[in-house]
Design a protein around this ligand. Structure first.
Ligand code: ACO
Length: 442
């Protein structure tokens, strides 16, 4: 299968007795057991054997694939990339090394890591013609709108990558994407504040280069602080993959039609943008600022959240899979504390966030529903302290998630059993009726 110590899924079988419209049938279905003993009934043949389909809106109970990339135990608060706990990667790895791990299935040796970093450095420029695209956007454009469009536009500069089935081109396409998205992200920020773009510098590491392109100007160099570079590495690592979430599933669905990597990832970026998903990190800051502006009463805000007649959510809380602490949130909270201390930039919103978390975790509404802080609850506070504007937070999430999207697209593309993703539906509209000419309509 892959290069690491992953195992093929074991296959058993289950007999299900179904009684549909009074007709009883007992049918054998394969049972798939994963390497961490997660169990699934493989219902691929359900319709062929019974004539009925499974209905699972929002896919809460549906496994869309088997995957050897990321493991989550939502009840135990465990997250591992290729088997390695996120806590260890956060402490010892770099974003570049973690990207290699996710995409290639194993940690690189020294030589491989050096080569990989060098390649990422050598592909950081975007075509000069692309630079003009930025001029076409209003200065008020959200950088996620620019990012998604620019990533899709990359496919027009590398037409050879349009053939998603050409696996020989995968490495160079993935490298270009991973390197250039950082440049595009920084350029879109510069556009939004009316400053000239800063070109990448080959003497800097991946994350230091991002900071330089964001915060230097032609009149003022920016030498990124080592501590800050470390924090950015940590944040990107913590966002690097999260198995079949909304944006990753989007990448796989789009890719299953054999759309190229740039187009598939552009679709993933759009999916990430929503406030229920990656856009939540921006919303959290808005929420905390509002609570603070209204006197800082967190309990009053929670009452509003709990009021079923309101649509207000506690942003940065809750998760489809985690019914316990999101391990990323724990690491980010710790990092936020130490980053703010090191940078000497106390943020009153951190205090509001901590009080809000404490109050929510004691409240039966959140306890009963197993709602805990997710990755987005504290990340924005660090990004603010580092000087990133709020509307760049989701762009940073996208940058972090890139290796995961790439790895998942690759895994899907290499799997010979992949078919185009094409769910079915239960139709609830009108039964057949005749077309009525316009003059005869009431
Ligand atoms: N605030 C208040 N109530 C919540 C919240 C929240 N943040 N999250 C879930 N609930 C409630 C729901 O209203 C529901 O209550 P009910 O049983 O009385 O109807 C119950 O908890 C179960 O929630 P669901 O909506 O069924 O959970 P689902 O898995 O569909 O949604 C989601 C998960 C979208 C993350 C949700 O928790 C949410 O909207 N959170 C806030 C936005 C957010 O932080 N998103 C980032 C998620 S992490 C990521 O994508 C990067």
């Amino acid at each position: 299968m892959g290069a690491g110590n992953e195992k093929e899924a074991r296959v058993n079988s289950a007999k299900l007795t179904l009684n549909i419209a009074g007709v009883e049938k007992t049918i054998d279905f394969p049972v798939i057991v994963g390497s961490e003993n997660e169990v699934a009934i493989d219902i691929r043949d359900l319709r062929a054997k019974t004539g009925v389909i499974a209905l699972d809106p929002s896919f809460g109970n549906t496994g869309s694939c088997t995957s050897a990339i990321t493991y989550i135990d939502g009840d135990a608060g465990i997250l591992r990339y290729r088997g390695i706990p996120i806590e260890q990667l956060g402490e010892h790895s770099s974003f570049v090394e973690t990207s290699y791990l996710l995409i290639n299935g194993r940690l690189p040796n020294k030589f491989e890591l050096g080569e990989y970093s060098r390649k990422l450095t050598m592909h950081s420029l975007i075509h000069e013609d692309m630079k003009h695209f930025f001029d076409g956007y209003p200065s008020t454009a959200h950088p996620m709108a620019i990012l998604s469009a620019m990533v899709c536009s990359l496919s027009s500069f590398y037409p050879e990558a349009l053939d998603a089935t050409n696996t020989e081109l995968f490495d160079i396409t993935a490298t270009r994407l991973l390197s250039k998205v950082r440049t595009i992200a920084a350029f879109s920020y510069k556009k939004s504040i009316g400053q000239p773009v800063m070109y990448p510098r080959n003497d800097l590491s991946y994350c230091a280069n991002l900071l330089q392109m964001m915060f230097a100007t032609p009149c003022e160099p920016h030498e990124p602080d080592e501590e800050v570079v470390k924090i950015v590495n940590l944040l990107l690592i913590l966002h690097a993959d999260h198995e079949q979430n909304c944006s990753t599933s989007t990448v796989r669905v789009v890719g299953s039609g054999q759309a190229n990597l740039f187009a598939s990832v552009a679709a993933g970026i759009c999916a990430l943008w929503g406030p229920r998903h990656g856009g939540a990190n921006q919303e959290v800051i808005g929420m905390l600022a509002k609570i603070q502006a209204n006197g800082g009463d967190v309990n009053k805000f929670l009452s509003l959240v709990k009021d079923k007649s309101s649509t207000v959510k506690l942003m940065g809380f809750g998760h489809r899979v985690y019914k316990n602490f999101d391990p990323r949130a724990l690491l980010i909270k710790k990092a936020a504390d130490s980053a703010l201390r090191k940078l000497g930039k106390p943020d009153p919103l951190l205090d509001v966030a901590k009080r809000l978390e404490e109050a929510a975790l004691k409240d039966s509404y959140f306890i009963d529903r197993k709602l805990y802080p997710n990755v987005d609850f504290y990340s924005g506070i660090i990004y603010r302290a580092l000087g990133f504007p709020t509307n760049m937070f989701t762009v940073l999430f996208a940058l972090g998630r890139l290796p995961g999207w790439i790895a998942q697209w690759k895994e899907m593309n290499e799997d010979p059993t992949t078919r185009i993703a094409r769910p079915r539906q239960i139709y609830t509209g009108n039964v057949a009726q005749d077309y009525v000419p316009i003059d005869s309509r009431v």
